[in-house]
Design a protein around this ligand. Sequence first.
Ligand code: PEP
Ligand code: MG
Length: 745
Amino acid sequence: MALGRPPSDLPARRLLAKLRDLRAHGAAPLSELVRLVASEVVSEVCSVYIRRPGDLLELAATEGLNARAVGQTRLRVGEGIVGLCAAQAAVMNLPDAQNHPSFAYRPETGEEPFASLLAVPVRRSGRVLGVLAVQNRTPRSFTAQEVDELETVAMLLAEMLPAQGSAETAGEGLSNTVPRVFPGTTLMTGIAIGPVVLHRTRLSGIALLAEDSAHELDRLRDAAGRMQRGLDELLAGVPSDAAASRDVLEAYRLIAADQGWLRRVADVIKSGLSAEASVSRVAGELHDRMRRIADPYLRERLADLEDLANRLLASLMGDGPRDPVPPGAILLARRLGPAELLDWHALGIAGIAVEEASPAGHAAILARALGIPAIGGTRGMLDTADPGDQAVIDGDGAQLVLRPEAEVRQVYLRALEAASLRHAGFAALRDKPSVMADGMRVSLMLNVGLDLELALLDRTGADGIGLYRTEIAMIARGAVADVAGQAAIYARVLNAAGDRPVLFRTLDLGADKLLPGTVMEEENPAMGWRSIRIGLDRPALLRRQLRAMLLAANGRPLSVMFPMVATAAEFRQAKALLLAEAKRVRPSPERLSIGTMLEVPALMWQLPDLLREADFISVGSNDLLQFMFAADRGTPSLYDRYDVLSQPMFDLLEQLLTAAKQAGVPVSLCGEAASRPLEALAFVGLGLTSLSMPASGILPVKALLAEVDMAAFRPVLASIRRGARGAASLREPIATWAREQGLPV
Ligand code: PEP
Ligand code: MG
């Protein structure tokens, strides 16, 4: 790592030296701090606003505004420029603040003469504790260096604020002892109950300022080296069958080697902060950038970087052993990177809740692979949780229950017990074929996207791979591999499956699945240039992929399907490309099956053409639901607004199954819905005999199907549909029947 020497006297260093003197004389009053900042940053006004309970920002100290406004002026988070700065955790640099649409006039402050305003959030552990603002009469933008200086002061302020009575301490007390429920989204199903451990890095107790920057740079270099070695060991120690994704970890290793962020840390050190404070500051910056990035893939890359910054911090602080983790502990984190998740897993945590996590994120992928119940999006939990609090991760109900009442805890303990008994029962089912009480067979297949999931074929006893999402491995490695690279990946899949069938799906890139560096400019990417549309417009890309599949098959049977097909003509075009490649590759596959996914409702009105040409159809219920109901599948508030168990969906499936049966074309369903026993019951009741799903669904669905009397259910389902009378969902009557039968739904 190339780290330069610090320049001798930057303005920031002078300011920090004075702040150091101030702090050396005990807890510095805020009034001193604002006076010092105003003089050093050369501004006429410097003010500190502190966040109070009720999401209010109160003027706590000022140099330059009316002193009597202190303690009086209050803004809601989101109100005025200061409120906006807090709400968005973003720097506001405005030459003419009073003409900004969000400006909120407070006459008592006497701020009329001041035109320009620079406001920076005061944050700790990702939470905004207040706002630091400077103002000047002259309308001008503040320089990047001034912004930098003010951010450094804000960081120091963050460490001083608890002593000044910020919202964090003021809100403590009763609110931290009562039960709380935090709704979120499921990253991995299952229940875990145990004491809370917190994943967060705090700066308290360490020096923030450093006189000898050269020494700090040396410490940074050493710590970075130690971190890198530790990471190599960690990654090398992951056994190939330990369900840790090589692809995910490989991408992570690449990011660890990136020098850009280490240079940024070195720059901050040169401004006079300690190595620890500098790393923490850069981690904070990464976190802010992440909040503003919509592209889910880039967000994940930045999350990895933040994860690394936290490891570097740990390395700087001595890498001491973590406190022992109590058995069955529940980990609460703001964000969690893949390596951190592996660390905590090794320490024996039983469940995870992450405030900022998406189901498609790396941590979520690993949580599913490791079988750890996990939920994301539980915002606010870190504000009230203390280490040692009891907590329940309810992955099935998508919620975190903090400090549950005794009776609630008992209910969850009973559910956990029942689940482990069920699991013991499930294990016995693993090697049995999925046969219903009437002897009919349903094939239960796996959805797979990464090498690590291949081991799940044996572990679940799945009948094969009903959906191999080829884009996932490419996203994890950061680019679409060349023909040989792809062929190697696909051959590994076929080898792992052995005699079991595999349905490869061609690249489904676009929408929320982007390669790094892709800039999404579409207003509506889910309906944009994605999937087969890209493949048909870039036929060389699609042909290379098809060639790789044929090479991987190496004479074995091969099944390929295309995603997001909207017209029979698109399917015909894609099929023609595959047939053209098949003519060139030897040996030919023993059998070549070419199918399409049904995700776009328009295909329903082209069934005669489609069924003449397709060897099979696989319903992608995730996208089909989103397009049927015009409801973005990535919008959390719409998650349960529309139901796959509904009249329109049932009618569509029935029409499809009837037409396909006449044409002799097999139909399967491969969206996530197939993994939920109640949904699986309805799908099989409608006539589906092949379902593909995430691994967690295979055994529960098999257990249900083994017990259900389908001959009895079919007329019940028909009568529920007849009596629907415009109901938005048919879930309740189906669930009632299943419960009456004692079925494990
Ligand atoms: C689907 O849309 O249901 C599907 C299986 O594809 P994906 O989830 O990869 O979009
Ligand atoms: Mg889809």
